[in-house]
Write a protein that binds this ligand. Structure first.
Ligand code: PXG
Length: 459
């Protein structure tokens, strides 16, 4: 197709989109002035737009395509299920082969005891489900006052009413009169580099853990149902916890009989180097929520996974659990998720092969630390972040209006690399199949764009 034809087609898609499509987290007059980029194809770690630009997707879409794009095994599994059983529900004492096998396989991978699950379509729905099941559990236990849920400042848990209420990125609240009652956010978040200039990481762990204990005592342990957190905070700035944080959080939850809920929508399915982030950080949650990597994002599917007494109490309750979606355990999404996990196992993405490439990724991103803009480089598994600062010694950030992160992100886009800017934190979450030469491309382009940023801001 000639370039001119491409442009005509692109423009017609842009016009159609601009007239009818309201996008997530988007300022629409801005988008409509610029016109959306139309992504038409993905293969391996690369995506392509309608004008033929090739981009290395250093974000795995939205932290989700563990297997990269276009994996044939998943395509075939989806097509086969679509042809054989395009839909049937899991209400009224029915199931389907795909979701039955998926539940069994997921239960094998989760830590011991976490082996009952409710399926939904998105991370937000999995989290809303968890909120309801926390309430249901404490109602079944006849401890009906234990309903408050505690989360952390800068956390991201989704956008439905309950999930957005859990979310500690508070600018997401006022447009929608949130949070709902019963949701409490504690600070500081476990973000040592950003919050603790005069404190060792170990001491900062204790500060963060004390914030949870203080909040439980303030609300009264009899009123607190659960604490929910992401093992590594994703959308809030790729924040890895300080040493010993999670086991200490777990001990506080046990002390006050508060359920521990690990939101693994990003961290699940190999992202941090283990199947689940709680395994990487050594803690035992009562509830795990997953989405994204469960199907490598090829189909919308999520799950709320229950363990211990929560699983036992809910599975043995002699009453109907009045919850579930039309598409809970959808055969096509389940078939794709099943094929995804089997493919991840076949490729050893969470075994020695993945670990070797993750170690290389971590080593390579740390090489960026000698750049004048790099205040901290952090990461785990296939998560990485470079925090850009004005002054390395004092950890002084640039004024927000200088848009340093955005400048760097836009430079990366120009050079065919997709990474995220959260404030001035450059975030990377590449597909777990990324190879060494692609890791080199990711890191080398990032360095080049940090140079461009340095020139642009005249620092
Ligand atoms: N929990 C966590 C930890 C997440 O990261 C959700 C829940 C909600 O999932 P759904 O499927 O309802 O979107 C998420 C989603 C970003 C970005 O810009 C992050 C997410 C979604 C969209 C954008 O970093 N995470």
């Amino acid at each position: 197709m000639a370039l001119g034809d491409n442009r005509t087609q692109t423009q017609s898609w842009q016009e159609a989109d601009s007239q009818h499509h309201l996008h997530p987290f988007t300022t629409h007059p801005e988008l409509r002035a610029a016109g959306p980029r139309v992504i038409t194809r993905g293969e391996g770690v690369y995506i392509y737009d309608s004008e033929g630009h090739k981009m290395l997707d250093g974000m795995s879409g939205l932290w989700c395509v563990q297997l990269g794009y276009g994996n044939k095994k998943l395509v075939e599994a989806g097509a086969e299920a679509l042809a054989k059983l395009s839909y049937y529900n899991t209400f009224f004492q029915t199931t389907n082969p795909y979701v039955a096998e998926l539940a069994e396989l997921v239960a094998k991978l989760t830590p011991p005891g976490l082996d009952e699950m409710v399926f939904a379509n998105s991370g937000s729905e999995a989290n809303d489900t968890a909120v309801k099941l926390v309430r249901y559990y404490w109602n079944l236990k006849k401890r009906t006052s234990k309903k408050a849920i505690i989360t952390r400042e800068l956390s991201y848990h989704g956008v439905t009413l309950a999930a957005a209420s859990l979310t500690g990125l508070t600018p997401m609240h006022p447009q929608f009169d949130l949070p709902l009652p019963g949701f409490h956010h504690i600070g500081p978040p476990p973000y040592w580099y950003g919050y603790a200039k005069d404190c060792s990481p170990e001491d900062f762990t204790d500060v963060c853990v004390a914030a949870l204990e203080d909040k439980i005592l303030e609300l009264g342990p009899d009123n607190v149902g659960a604490f929910c957190g992401e093992p590594v905070m994703g959308a809030g700035g790729m924040i890895t916890p300080p040493p010993g944080y999670w086991p200490k959080i777990e001990a506080i939850c046990h002390k006050y009989d508060v359920l521990l809920w690990s939101d693994e929508v990003i961290c699940g399915f190999g992202r941090t180097g283990s199947w689940f982030g709680c395994q990487t950080y050594g803690f035992n949650p009562d509830i795990i929520t997953v989405a994204k990597g469960l199907s490598s994002g090829y189909q919308p599917i999520s799950a709320t996974i229950l363990g211990g007494d929560v699983a036992e109490t809910i599975r043995s309750a002699d009453q109907e659990m009045s919850h579930g979606f039309t598409y809970s355990g959808h055969p096509v999404t389940a078939a794709v998720a099943l094929a995804n996990i089997k493919e991840m196992q076949r490729l050893d993405l969470v075994g020695a092969d993945g670990a070797e490439r993750a170690a290389y990724f971590q080593e390579r991103i740390r090489s960026l630390m000698d750049h004048p803009l790099a205040g901290e480089v952090r990461g785990v598994g296939f998560l990485g972040a470079v925090e850009l600062v004005e002054d390395k010694v004092s950890r002084k950030h640039f004024p927000e209006k200088r848009n340093v992160g955005l400048t760097c992100r836009n430079a990366c886009m120009e050079k065919g690399l997709i990474i995220r800017a959260v404030r001035d934190i450059m975030v990377m979450s590449p597909p777990l199949v990324i190879d060494r030469s692609e890791i080199d491309e990711l890191v080398d382009t990032t360095r080049q764009c940090m140079d461009i940023t340095l020139d642009a801001i005249g620092a």
